[in-house]
Write a protein that binds this ligand. Structure first.
Ligand code: HEM
Length: 398
C-alpha cells in the first residue's frame, strides 16, 4: 500500500468533483489510500478496510483534550461542547444511553402508520399540480415532520427547524467561512431559546414525546444538564432530518437514472429493504467524518501522531471494489452490503432504524401514488456542499 504525504488529487469544493466524486475516489483509493494533505492538515482515508477498522479503533475518537475546537464562549462552540456526537466515553456513553432509552425501537416502529399518513398527505397536496420539486415538496417535509413530532415540537415551530439546521450543519463542512460561523451562531441562539421554552413547558406538563422523556431522566437522576439537554435535542432534530432528506432524493435520482431497477422494485415491492440499503451505499448522503488520534499509533507501517486528524471518506469506502462486487452498479437486489453510510463503532447512527423506515415508506408511497413519476429535466444539480451530499432540487412530473 502507498502511504503518502501529498496534495489531495482533487478539490472537494470544486463543482466537477461535487457533480460526480466517485471517479476521484477510485483514483485516490488506488493511488494513495491513506494520504496526508498538509494544506487541509488531514489524513484522508478512502478504503473500506481501513475506514471500517479505524472507526472501531478506540485510539481514535471525536474528541481530544487540547485539540483546536470552536470557541466555547460562542453559541456554536457551546453547542459543540455539549453535543454527544462530539464526546467520547464516559460522557458519550452516558448521553447516548439516555437517548437510546428514550428513542426505543418500539417508539420508531410505532411511527409507521403516522409516517405513511404524512407521506400520503404530502402527495395529496401536490397531486392536482401534476408536478413538484420532489426534494422541497416531499423528501424534505417528511423527515422534518416526523422528527419534530417525535421530539414534540409543535407545528408552529417547525418551519424554523430546516433553516436553523442548515445553518448549524454548514459548520461541519470542510472549510466553513466567517459568514457560515455568524449564521450558525445566530441559529444556535434562536434554536436554544426556542427549545429552552419548550423544555420548560414539558417540565410543567409532560407529554408522550422525547423531550418529556429526557426531562424525566434529568429530574430522576440529574444525569444530564440543561445545556446537554438542549444540545441533544438540537442534534436529534438536525441529524434526524438532514441526511434522510438527501437519502430519499439521491435515491430517487438513482432510480431515475436506472429505470430498469425502478421497474423491478415496482414489480417486486418486497425488495424495498435491500433497495434502501443500496441507495445508502450507492449515493451516500454524508461523505466524510473526522476522528482525532487520541493516542499515538502505528497503522499499516504508518505512525499517526497524537493530535493528528483523520478524514474518513465513507462514500469512497462504499464504492470500494475490494469490498463490493461491481461497486459502481446500482443493484437493488444486492445481498452482501455492509455499507458504512451510518458509520460504525461507538458513534454508529442512533437514528438508523428511523432513517430506514422513512426511506422505505417514502419510496413505497411514491410508487403507489405516482405511477407516472418521472424527471422533469435531464439535468439536476447537487448543492455546493461536500460533507452533506444533496441535490438543489429534483423537479418531477407525474
Ligand atoms: C439516511 C439518514 C441518515 C444517515 C445517512 C446518517 C448517518 C450518520 C452517521 C454516518 C453517523 C456517524 C457519524 C460519525 O461517524 O462520526 C451518524 C450519527 C448520528 N446520527 Fe445519523 N444518519 C441518518 C439519520 C439519522 C436520524 C433519522 C437520526 C435521529 C433520529 C440520526 C441521529 C444521529 C445521532 C444522534 C448521531 C450521533 C451518534 C453518536 O455520536 O453516538 N441520524 N449518523
Amino acid at each position: 500500500m502507498t502511504l503518502s504525504k501529498q496534495k489531495l488529487p482533487f478539490d472537494p469544493l470544486a463543482p466537477d468533483f461535487i457533480a460526480d466524486p466517485y471517479p476521484f475516489y477510485d483514483r485516490l483509493r488506488e493511488e494513495s489510500p491513506i494520504l496526508y494533505d498538509p494544506d487541509w492538515k488531514l489524513w484522508f482515508v478512502s478504503t473500506y478496510e481501513d475506514i471500517n477498522a479505524l472507526l472501531r479503533d478506540r485510539r481514535l475518537g471525536r474528541d481530544l483534550e487540547g485539540a483546536p475546537k470552536p470557541d466555547p464562549k460562542t453559541p456554536f462552540g457551546k453547542l459543540h461542547l455539549n453535543s454527544l456526537m462530539e464526546k467520547e466515553p464516559p460522557d458519550h456513553s452516558r448521553l447516548r444511553g439516555l437517548v437510546n432509552k428514550a428513542f426505543t425501537p418500539a417508539r420508531v416502529e410505532a411511527l409507521r402508520p403516522r409516517l405513511t399518513e404524512i407521506a400520503h398527505h404530502l402527495i395529496d397536496a401536490v397531486l392536482p399540480r401534476r408536478e413538484m420539486d420532489l426534494l422541497a415538496d416531499f423528501a424534505e417535509p417528511l423527515p422534518v415532520m416526523v422528527i419534530a413530532e417525535l421530539l414534540g415540537v409543535p407545528e408552529e415551530g417547525r418551519s424554523s427547524l430546516r433553516p436553523w439546521s442548515h445553518a448549524i450543519v454548514a459548520m461541519y463542512e470542510l472549510k466553513p467561512t466567517v459568514e457560515d460561523a455568524r449564521r450558525a451562531n445566530c441559529a444556535v441562539v434562536e434554536f436554544s431559546s426556542y427549545l429552552g421554552k419548550l423544555i420548560a413547558e414539558r417540565r410543567a406538563s409532560p407529554q408522550d414525546d422525547l423531550i418529556s422523556a429526557l426531562v424525566e431522566m434529568e429530574e430522576e437522576g440529574n444525569r444530564l444538564s440543561e445545556d446537554e439537554m438542549i444540545a441533544t435535542c438540537i442534534l436529534m432534530l438536525n441529524a434526524g432530518h438532514e441526511a434522510t432528506v438527501n437519502a430519499i432524493a439521491n435515491g430517487m435520482l438513482a432510480f431515475f437514472s436506472h429505470p430498469a431497477q425502478y421497474e423491478l422494485l415496482k414489480r417486486s415491492p418486497e425488495l424495498i429493504k435491500t433497495a434502501v440499503e443500496e441507495i445508502l451505499r450507492y449515493d451516500t448522503p454524508l461523505h466524510l467524518f473526522r476522528r482525532w488520534v487520541r493516542e499515538g499509533m502505528e497503522y499499516k507501517g504508518l505512525h499517526l501522531q497524537k493530535g493528528a486528524q483523520l478524514a474518513l471518506l465513507y462514500a469512497a469506502a462504499n464504492r470500494d471494489p475490494a469490498r463490493f462486487e461491481a461497486p459502481h452498479r446500482f443493484d437493488i437486489t444486492r445481498q452482501d452490503n455492509p455499507h458504512l453510510a451510518f458509520g460504525a463503532g461507538i458513534h454508529y447512527c442512533v437514528g438508523a432504524p428511523l432513517a430506514r423506515l422513512e426511506m422505505q415508506v417514502a419510496i413505497q408511497t411514491l410508487i403507489e401514488r405516482l405511477p407516472q413519476l418521472r424527471l422533469a429535466n435531464e439535468k439536476v444539480e447537487y448543492r455546493q456542499s461536500y460533507v452533506v451530499r444533496g441535490l438543489k432540487s429534483l423537479p418531477v412530473t407525474f
